[in-house]
Design a protein around this ligand. Structure first.
Ligand code: ADP
Ligand code: TPW
Length: 560
């Protein structure tokens, strides 16, 4: 596009992008600057949009994805071309996999040079690269199309099953000019980007009929249920039916983990014995053994509440699909059910209760031991006890053993307060998720991180310090991936799973003005965490874990 002068007042792509984002209530962007988007970040700041500048786009993208999950608005990640874009794409793919709404906006280089592969600065066909990993991908070529481009990105990210959307912003577009009045008139606010999708009454009646006949019903809550923000309806339905429920890890806290109907402590028993299982915003993927024996009974019948019709029957035949948004579905179920219609058999409730009690006692025995050096049980019990005084706190959790044990031991009491490795079991999401949780809510966050998991995005502690976020990072330092005691029997190189022994991760945060703590026993860990939470300032606790305490691949040993 030419930069021809006109007597009328002109605007450019930079201004129009910022204006379009503002019209759609974007208040924060996450990213890393450089050619051609540095001025876009500056302009956004000048127009009241926060720009949280990261050290790596992967972490910025994870932050945007978490912001989307928490707010039901697409989180925005801004990157430079080619390598910056590819870093962001990792996070975009993860957002799509987790059904989080996110928009990756990347500057790109000259189209005509890319298309002829003539070798531009940071040349890459980004639109083509993004397509397989995004829910949708668009490029805006003309300034008068910016409003439409942003609208399409919003709608694709939020409507139906949420996901990651790529928006390609060529350098030429950002610099091109247009008559200001024409440009402004082309922008608009997206109306109802995630409209209600009301399931059909007959699908609800079919599901209720199945639940009425059930002897051993079970409800499974997934992170789709948490995302849907139908917290009251969910609780009312579960309590009115009396059905035991199992929260998937990020659905923990939708009802408080100490709720009497929680079957989390009897997970294997309820999966194996349920005769009717109702999935609410949860997929029958690997995290649920694909719905197959031996984890599940071959006779179990399924109800699935999901916004994506294509998800139904993906692993097992679904007897009663309810396709629609979860809030509308829960409203429909509550409206059509009658008191006393659905009642799990007393024998089933008793069996679940007995198993819960038995497993809780077993766990309690492990938690009661105060080991030095600390194992996962001692460290997590200590953290759990301190967090009992901070019930609404965000908990971010990643690692292998750190994650598997953390999921079971750290109780959640409020919805959408737990963020973890999610559907891919990805390492490196922790600091980005923690930053988004703190930025979007203004509330404190504890990130319980395996030392390997932490390392993927560890430099973001500088970001945490720069923005003075109330985040306490606890690094479970066992000197390695899974364990820290592996030996290489073949050469003098370190074994593939081990890290430098005796590392002091607490010293890292001190370099940026944060507070570092070093804990080798539970009393020191407890005091450090209390102090760090009270200070509401950036802190990192180097939590020394017995290098022999972990299991290779954590709970996924059989996948090796
Ligand atoms: P988990 O890992 O916790 O089991 P999943 O990510 O596998 O959960 O499943 C989430 C499901 O929730 C997806 O199938 C997605 O389509 C669905 N979902 C997301 N948002 C909504 C919504 N608002 N209404 C209905 N279903 C939703
Ligand atoms: C992006 C593979 C799964 S778990 C893990 C790795 C590297 C680290 C486990 O060690 P950590 O926790 O964090 O110290 P702990 O308590 O068991 O010692 N790359 C990516 N994602 C994954 N999942 C891997 C590699 C992996």
């Amino acid at each position: 596009m030419s930069k021809a002068q006109s007597s009328a007042k002109q605007t450019d792509g930079f201004h129009l992008v910022v204006d379009a984002l503002k019209m759609n209530s974007v208040s924060t962007m996450y990213g890393v600057v450089g050619i051609p988007i540095t001025d876009l970040a500056r302009l956004a700041q000048g127009n009241g949009i926060r720009f949280i500048a990261f050290r790596n786009e992967v972490a910025a993208g994870y932050a945007a994805a978490a912001a989307g999950y928490l707010t039901q608005r697409p989180g925005i990640c801004l990157t430079v071309s080619a390598p910056g874009f590819l870093n962001g794409l990792v996070a975009l793919a993860n957002a799509t996999t987790n059904c989080f709404p996110m928009i990756l906006m990347s500057g790109s280089s000259e189209r005509e040079i890319i298309d002829l592969k003539q070798g531009d600065y940071e040349e890459l066909d980004q639109l083509a690269a993004a397509r397989p990993y995004a829910k949708a991908a668009f490029r805006v070529d003309r300034p008068e199309s910016i409003g439409i481009g942003v609208a399409r990105a919003f709608r694709a990210a939020l409507s139906g099953r949420p996901g990651g959307v790529y928006l390609d912003l060529p350098r030429e577009l950002l610099h091109s000019t247009i008559d200001e009045a024409v440009g402004k008139a082309s922008l608009f606010t997206v109306e109802a980007p995630a409209p209600s999708q009301i399931p059909s009454p007959d699908s609800i009646a079919r599901a209720l009929d199945l639940l009425k006949q059930a002897e051993r019903p079970l409800i499974i809550l997934g992170k789709g249920a948490a995302y849907a923000q139908a917290d009251e309806q969910m609780r009312t339905f579960i309590e009115a039916t009396g059905i035991p429920y199992l929260p998937m890890s990020m659905a923990k806290g939708l009802l408080p983990d100490d709720h009497p109907q929680s079957a989390a402590a009897a997970r294997s028993l309820v999966l194996e014995n349920a005769d009717v299982a109702m999935l609410i915003g949860a997929r029958l993927n690997w995290l649920l053994g694909h719905g197959q024996p031996p984890q599940w009974s071959p006779d179990c019948q399924f109800i699935q509440v999901d916004i994506s019709a294509e998800e139904v029957d993906s692993n097992r035949p679904i007897a009663a699909p309810i396709v629609g948004d979860i809030k509308s579905a829960m409203n429909g179920l509550l409206a059509m059910m009658h008191p006393g219609d659905i009642e799990p058999r007393q024998a089933w409730r008793d069996t679940v209760s007995a198993k819960k009690k038995q497993n809780a006692e077993k766990l309690q025995a492990k938690l009661a031991v105060d080991s030095v050096p600390m194992d996962y049980f001692t460290a997590l019990r200590t953290i759990r006890d301190v967090l009992a005084g901070h019930k609404g706190i965000f908990v971010v959790n990643e690692g292998a053993n750190t994650l598997d044990n953390g999921r079971n031991i750290l109780d959640m009491y409020e919805p959408r307060k737990r963020l973890d490795s999610g559907t891919w079991g990805v390492m490196g999401v922790g600091l980005g998720y923690a930053i988004a949780a703190a930025v979007e809510s203004g509330s404190p966050v504890v990130a319980v991180e395996g030392d390997s998991a932490f390392g993927f995005s560890g430099m973001e502690i500088e970001t945490i310090c720069r923005y003075q976020l109330p985040i306490v990072v606890i690094v479970f330092n066992n000197n390695g991936v899974y364990r820290g005691d592996d030996v290489n029997n073949y050469s003098t190189d370190p074994a593939p799973t081990v890290f430098t022994k005796g590392s002091r991760y607490d010293k890292l945060i001190e370099a940026f003005g944060g507070t570092g703590y070093h804990a080798e026993d539970s009393a020191t860990l407890s005091a450090a965490l209390q102090q760090a939470l009270n200070a509401r300032r950036p802190a990192l606790i180097n939590c020394v874990i017995d290098p022999t305490a972990g299991t290779e691949s954590g709970h996924l040993k059989s996948f090796n």
